[in-house]
Design a protein around this ligand. Sequence first.
Ligand SMILES: Cc1ncc(COP(=O)(O)O)c(C=O)c1O
Length: 458
Amino acid sequence: MATITDTTDDRITARAQEIATTEMARLLANTTASKAMFERALHSMPGGVSSSFQLGEPYPIYLRDGHGAEVTDVDGHTYYDFHNGFGSMAVGHANPIVAEAIEKAARTGTHFAVTTEAAVALAEELCRRFGAEQVRLTNSGTESTSSCIRVARAATGRDVICKIEGSYHGHVDQLMYSVLPGADVMGGRDEPATVPKSKGVPAGMAQWIRVVPFNDADAFERLLHAEGDQIAAIIMEPVMMNIGIVLPRPGYLEQMRELCTKYGVVLIFDEVKCGATIAAGGAAERFGVQPDLASWAKAIGGGTAIGAFGGRADIMDQINQGAAHQGTFNGNPLSAAAALATLTKVLTPEAYRHFDAMGSRLSGGMDESIATYGIPAHTIDLGCKGCVSYRRDPLTNYRDFLDTNTDLYLASYPWMVNRGVFMTPGDEEQWTLSVQHNETHIDRYLDAFAEFCAALAN
Ligand SMILES: Cc1ncc(COP(=O)(O)O)c(C=O)c1O
């Protein structure tokens, strides 16, 4: 028998479908220059974009510039930006401190492929902030996670890598498994299947990958019991951030830490999204668990292409013992200067207090609208990062994400963009705040979201 909540949710879903149709028509009518740019770009780039994460349906919005917490699209519409470069722009756009650092570096030599003092100072700051003994610099998150895996395999002499079902760690062959797998192929809850995400990945690669559910240390222990002596590392986001946000259950990260120590498995935290956003020292600081290795990118660079990885000196020493780590642009002076300015002058303790205040204003205000209108949704607030997921209860793992109401997301995206709030084009993403967001920006989001909830409940 249908409960009252079921019928209310059905009504809200039907209303969301109507809203999606009318709001998307309005969005498309207002973005004709983006459509023209898309048609032009299709000739030179697959899908008309530089990365498949930048795709949009039926075409993406193309941006022209950004200042502070605002971005302007090629049609000339200015939005308050909550997409924020998929979490890279905690400094806000055209941040004057970062711009000055880049400009100064540009005038004194943009690249040498020789280590500079800025790169050394950046490595020191990364070690200090993230509690690492040694780090190396890269150009992206993908390079950072791949490099962690290389040194973990070298340190243990083992080949198998374990990852969490539903997580994304970059688009290299060895990590493109069970990233948002379909319900028809994902296997049983306790023993998820190893599902390739991309065409072009050699079938034999799967023999080196194992997949376990998030928030389930028992499943990881069963795997270690069966084949722990084969497993080099587990790579995991300590808080999952590519399916909305999934918090670790109390004690879960500590259990994972203990199991890794017991079985000699390298614990790798992928902090590409949470490092330098959810706390100065990322998830390791916020949740109080130290990994053996970690990868960082996105927000550490203030909008430049940089990444880093590091942790225990005895493991990083594998790079001196024959584990290859190279890269022409590693430690590039422009990105090293930008990252150093970002971490030492912009993302200060004051910045994290600001994120906490803005984040709780945003999620607190949204929670009020969700409660007032009975919307099947919840918010998660981690200061600089947060999200709304269209499910009444918080998610505990990837399988809960499959239970979210995509109709509500599909209605919310054009609704918010049409009201001047720029969002990520996918229900698995979150918002990112910057030091340049203030109450005016937050309140625009809150007003648009309150109207959205009212329209859904109407
Ligand atoms: C958790 C996580 N790890 C790694 C990556 C890959 O980073 P990049 O896109 O800089 O290569 C991403 C990118 O979104 C990510 O979210």
